[in-house]
Design a protein around this ligand. Structure first.
Ligand code: HAM
Length: 424
């Protein structure tokens, strides 16, 4: 049997109301705070992520899907194209490509779409997942950090997701990072043999990421490891303190998490994650990336952003029994009897639709019983019956499904009569 590839899934009709509700709510919240939508391609040059996210991060190193022409072997491909694993590097690429530094700053953008990561599929982790993201480019003030986290809080609250945990940390800037990395390496190197093999490689390649490791041996060392904010330069410390003060003003509770480092190399200063339940994968995460635009050939430009996975948001809504509005059910159901009525019913269906009525129709079903059965299943309040006689006379029977009462009316008066019934 043919199936979806591992780590991917179909969104079936019954789940669509969740997806539509979440997408629409996120979009409206972002628009109301002055964000504009950007849509970047699913395909990007590999270098966008290699440079942006970092060559030695797991996302770039192990999880990117390469795309090449089906008649060429990977080696014969032209410049390497990949399926995007995340949305920030493409937005930074677009900022430079379109010279957005000449736009009114900060440029506030949002995006929504699928991302691809070759991960081991498990609870809340897919190979194709959907992200909603926000990016604010062009301003370095800590007020922006707090503003963004405030908007994120609203995004979730507007969906009924309250009492989430915001974990926050600062991982410094190019001024304090080298010293920070040196100290971290010195600490972990002293107990190198207790680190897992992967963390031993991180010692030389990406030492801060050791803080991310879930292995018990590493965890023991991490528990007593250096607190990164103690190693911040005065400017970063000040930025962090001010961000926290603004969050206090907004009454957004947060947990200082001195072990939070995040998995992408572009981060500087503030990093944060949103958690629904301790031990569960994060609902969303983000942070500052003050060097990325320059790295892509643009002018020095501060920026901060956030993204959340739609699958995880929807799962959390279901876990909390948050209901969404089902799609509009049909208001009337059209039933026909005999050949000429069948023919007429098709144009009647479109005419009623043009009058703004939601019309159900048992397409192609002949027997009255099976047509009425469908109407019953849909719980439609009124059924319109078009028989041979009615078809000839230009009339139709309206049957009230609750009381069983029937009345015959002229087709041309039907929209007016139905409208009256629905405004009662
Ligand atoms: P990220 O933490 O890699 O950050 O992903 C953001 C969110 O996407 C996660 O919190 C999670 O909800 C969802 N997510 C990530 N990977 C998967 C997966 N395999 N399956 C299901 N959901 C997943 C970023 O991507 C950054 N671009 C966020 C950002 C924006 N930073 C600054 N601006």
């Amino acid at each position: 049997m043919l199936q979806t590839p591992r780590g991917t899934y179909d969104i079936l009709p019954e789940d669509q109301p969740y997806w539509e509700t979440v997408k629409e709510s996120f979009k409206q919240t972002a628009l109301s705070f002055g964000f504009q939508q950007i849509t970047t391609p699913l395909l990007e040059y590999r270098s966008v992520f290699e440079k942006g996210v970092g060559e030695i991060t797991e996302i770039v190193n192990k999880q990117m899907y390469r795309v090449y022409r089906s008649d060429l072997s990977p080696e014969e491909g032209e410049e390497e194209i990949v399926l995007r694993p995340e949305g920030t590097a493409p937005v930074a690429r677009a900022y430079v490509q379109y010279g957005m530094q000449t736009w009114v700053q900060p440029v506030k953008l949002f995006y929504l779409g699928p991302m691809f990561r070759y991960e081991k599929p498990q609870h809340g982790r897919f190979r194709q997942h959907y992200q909603f993201g926000l990016e604010i480019l062009g301003v370095s003030d800590p007020l922006v950090d707090a503003f963004l986290i405030g908007v994120v809080n609203e995004l979730y609250q507007n969906l009924g997701l309250q009492q989430l945990t915001f974990k926050i940390n600062s991982i410094g800037c190019p001024t304090c990072r080298p010293k920070m990395v040196n100290e971290v390496v010195r600490y972990f190197r002293a107990s190198r043999e207790l680190l897992c093999p992967f963390c031993q490689t991180k010692l030389t390649k990406n030492p801060l990421r050791i803080y991310d490791c879930k292995e018990e041996g590493c965890q023991q060392l991490i528990r007593n490891a250096l607190v990164l904010v103690d190693l911040l330069c005065p400017a970063c410390k000040d930025h962090f303190t001010q961000t926290l003060e603004y969050l206090d003003d907004l009454n957004i509770p947060y947990d200082l998490d001195f072990r939070l480092v995040r998995g992408l190399d572009y981060y500087t200063k503030t990093v944060f994650e949103v958690i629904a339940q301790e031990g569960e994968p994060s609902l969303g995460g983000g942070g500052r990336y003050d060097q990325l635009i320059e790295l892509f050939g643009g002018p020095p430009t501060s920026a901060i952003g956030f993204a959340t996975g739609l699958e995880r948001v929807i799962e959390e809504m279901k876990a909390r029994d948050i209901k969404v509005k089902p799609p509009n059910p049909p208001q009337v159901f059209l039933v026909y009897l005999g050949e000429s009525a069948k023919k007429k019913s098709l144009s009647l269906l479109f005419a009623l639709r043009h009058e703004g009525l939601q019309v159900g129709f048992a397409l192609g079903k002949e027997s009255l019983r099976s047509q009425l059965k469908t109407a019953d299943k849909l719980k439609v309040p009124f059924v319109l019956i078009l028989g041979q006689k009615e078809s000839k006379e230009g009339t139709v029977i309206i049957r009230d499904m609750d009381s069983g009462a029937q009345e015959t009316v002229e087709i041309k008066k039907l929209p007016g009569i139905l409208r009256k019934k629905f405004t009662k």
